[in-house]
Design a protein around this ligand. Structure first.
Ligand code: SF4
Ligand code: SF4
Length: 143
């Protein structure tokens, strides 16, 4: 446990409001990654930071799941700005050797590829349901 961890996060640009979190869970409820992956929980990540679980947070694969959509920022009643906190965590993780900086480059490249793929699909298809179905791996049902 590292009690200074929350200070380390709040001292960085983007992490300033972490202490305002009152654990309401709106960030998790609106997160599109949490919707697909039960193990990804922004509310819990903040709690772990506040309690000092530094190594666990910085070593977690969860750091790289966020797609920076900022829904959590839009829905937070306390203006905690979790998406920015996630960027702070990624930077600390790389700086302190928990993950190689190639991870950040790989994730950034992957995010860009997915956006490009999505944009191309929408541009080149007339039937939006077909596009949604392809993005969902063909599981999407009509209606
Ligand atoms: S929505 Fe805001 S206040 Fe609520 S748990 Fe998430 S970060 Fe904390
Ligand atoms: S920015 Fe990240 S944590 Fe926030 S809602 Fe989007 S995917 Fe979830």
């Amino acid at each position: 446990m590292d009690k200074k961890f929350k200070k380390e996060v709040s001292n960085r640009p983007g992490g300033e409001n972490i202490n305002f979190c009152f654990s309401c869970g709106s960030c998790t409820a609106t997160c599109p990654i949490s919707e697909l992956d039960d193990s990804y929980n922004p509310r819990l990540i903040i709690k772990k930071i506040l309690l000092g679980y530094k190594e666990e947070v910085l070593q977690s694969d969860d750091l790289w799941k966020c797609i920076q959509c900022h829904r959590c920022v839009a829905h937070c009643p306390q203006n905690v700005k979790f998406a920015y906190i996630m960027q702070v965590l990624r930077n600390i993780s790389i700086e302190e050797g928990y993950y190689p900086d190639s991870m950040l480059k790989d994730v950034t490249a992957l995010d860009r590829s997915l956006r490009q793929y999505r944009t191309e699909l929408i541009k080149n298809k007339k039937d939006l349901k077909e596009v949604i179905s392809e993005l969902a791996g063909g599981d999407e049902k009509d209606g």
